[in-house]
Design a protein around this ligand. Structure first.
Ligand code: NAP
Length: 302
């Protein structure tokens, strides 16, 4: 039995682990993939206080080591449900079950797909959701990035260092991501902006050869590309936990800044929560708030 079971070892979950351990509570993190979550794919973090530049992998590794050195335990399993009983919670995973007096759901989000035919079939054959993982395969080649958020802009910037040409395809003519990054992209000679446009078809034999792009007037253009990097946002990973926390229409867990859910003892932290700003620093902030509330709850029911 753990005092705090944290589902997800991303920035929110790992920060919660640090706060939980510093309050002398036993902590287990349950992580389905690798520690770090989404941030592990970010090539260069420039907006977290202290470090002017740090890779997502280095950042995540430092936080994981910090949590582990404080005594937080981790298992790499996929949590599939939370069952409350007799004042405790059983978190079921694909391999077993763990009991916690409190649970913090810090599962973040998964890649949203474009939804065009053959997208799934071509993953690993030209279609990718991770520029830092797969960018090196496209050195000297032509790639397209789809999306207008920070991920798409940062991916396009990273790929412009490797690829001969980068098309940045966005469905509007304004970016959701940081203007500072968009400005850097405008200065790159090998970046071509394809705005007010969406990808409607992928063309391949064994590997991706080209894509069809449709603009808002309905005109279609075929672009020859070797790679397509999809960065059109994320979907919150809360579907297994709807019995203990209320979800909004988009699947985000409903809670305030105290990270409480409708179930006393269950908290939610990070990108899977309803919130205005989803950034590394706000994920870490949620982890601190959720663990602090979990500790208060534990001390109140003792
Ligand atoms: P995002 O901010 O939700 O942006 C998704 C982008 O994809 C939007 O531009 C959206 O267009 C577009 N889009 C959505 N569905 C689409 C579709 N079906 N077809 C074409 N385009 C589509 O997602 P994100 O860039 O992955 O970022 C997620 C969160 O992480 C954000 O809060 C972001 O700020 C944060 N983040 C932060 C950093 C950093 O701090 N360094 C780095 C990466 C990500 P519209 O704009 O028209 O809606």
């Amino acid at each position: 039995m753990y005092d705090i079971v944290i589902i997800g070892a991303g920035p929110a979950g790992m920060t919660a682990a640090i706060y939980g351990r510093r309050a002398s509570k036993s902590v287990l993190m349950i992580e389905a993939k690798s520690y770090g979550g989404q941030i592990i794919n970010t090539p260069d973090i420039e907006n977290y206080p202290v470090a002017a530049h740090i890779s997502g992998f280095d950042f995540a590794t430092k936080v994981f080591e910090q949590a582990t050195a404080l005594g937080a335990q981790t298992v790499f399993e996929k949590a599939v449900g939370i069952t409350p009983h007799d004042g405790v919670f059983t978190v079921t995973t694909n391999k077993g079950a763990y009991e916690g007096k409190t649970v913090i759901i810090a599962t973040g989000s998964e890649n949203r797909k474009l939804g065009v035919p053959d997208e799934d079939r071509l993953v690993g054959r030209g279609v990718s959701y991770c520029a830092t993982c797969d960018g090196a395969f496209f050195r000297g080649k032509t790639v397209a990035v789809v999306g207008g958020g920070n991920t798409a802009l940062e991916d396009a910037l990273y790929l412009s260092e490797l690829a001969e040409t980068v098309y940045l395809i966005h469905r509007r003519d304004e970016f959701r991501g940081a203007e500072a990054t968009a400005e850097k992209l405008r200065e790159r000679e090998n970046v071509r902006f394809v705005l007010n446009s969406t990808v409607t078809a992928l063309h391949a034999d064994k590997r991706l050869q080209s894509i069809t792009v449709k603009n808002k007037n309905g005109d279609e253009t075929e672009l020859s590309v070797n790679g397509l990097f999809v960065a059109v946002g994320r979907i919150p990973e809360n579907q297994n936990f709807a019995s203990v926390c209320e979800l909004d229409a988009s699947g985000y867990a409903v809670s305030g800044e105290d990270c409480k859910t409708k179930t006393p003892g269950v908290f939610v932290a990070g990108d899977n929560r309803v919130k205005e700003v989803r950034q590394l620093v706000t994920a870490a902030s949620d982890g601190a708030a959720a663990a602090t509330e979990a500790v208060k709850y534990l001390n109140s029911v003792r």
